[in-house]
Structures are given as C-alpha cells and as structure tokens.
Design a binder for this molecule. Structure first.
Ligand code: FES
Length: 87
C-alpha cells in the first residue's frame, strides 16, 4: 500500500493493493472524473507534485511517464511511499 495526499486539503489516504487511487478517493469524497478506468482515455489525468508514480496507463508517452509530473490515478500506482496529487 501507499499514501495519496491531496494538495488542496492536505488530507492523506491509504491505497491498499486491492483498490485503485480513484476508488479510494471516491470513498473519501474526493471526486476525480473517470471514463475507461483502464489507462487509455486520459480522463482521470492529474498532476503529481511529489512522489514517483508507477505508471500503468497506455495514454501518456514514454517521455511523459519519465517526467513523473502527471499520472492516471484510475489504474496507475506509486513507487514511493507517498504521492502528492494536485487535486
Ligand atoms: Fe481513462 Fe483513467 S479513466 S485513463
């Protein structure tokens, strides 16, 4: 598991292995629009302020993945213990 911190509120949530970031946020009243939930459409794209995403989408390019400043929280996860998202 890892923590996701919401920059606008400073609140952190634990994302367990069996849930997506967007599932956990939704359960806690933080709405991120989703569509495909499979990493292909880019609807859920958010900016990453801190931490290193584990990209699992097919939407961003390799260069965008390497920059680590945005991610698709419907399917991607985290390599670092904490991700701070610009939400
Ligand atoms: Fe389609 Fe996340 S909802 S990429």
């Amino acid at each position: 598991s890892f923590e996701v911190k919401i920059a606008s509120t400073g609140k952190s949530f634990t994302v367990p292995a069996d849930k997506s970031i967007t599932q956990v946020l939704d359960e806690n009243g933080v709405f991120v629009p989703v569509s495909c939930e499979e990493g292909v459409c880019g609807t859920c794209l958010v900016r990453v302020l801190e931490g290193e995403p584990e990209h699992r989408d097919l939407y961003l390019t390799d260069a965008e993945h390497a920059a680590n400043d945005q991610m698709t929280p419907c399917c991607s996860r985290s390599k670092s213990p904490v991700l701070v998202l610009d939400i």
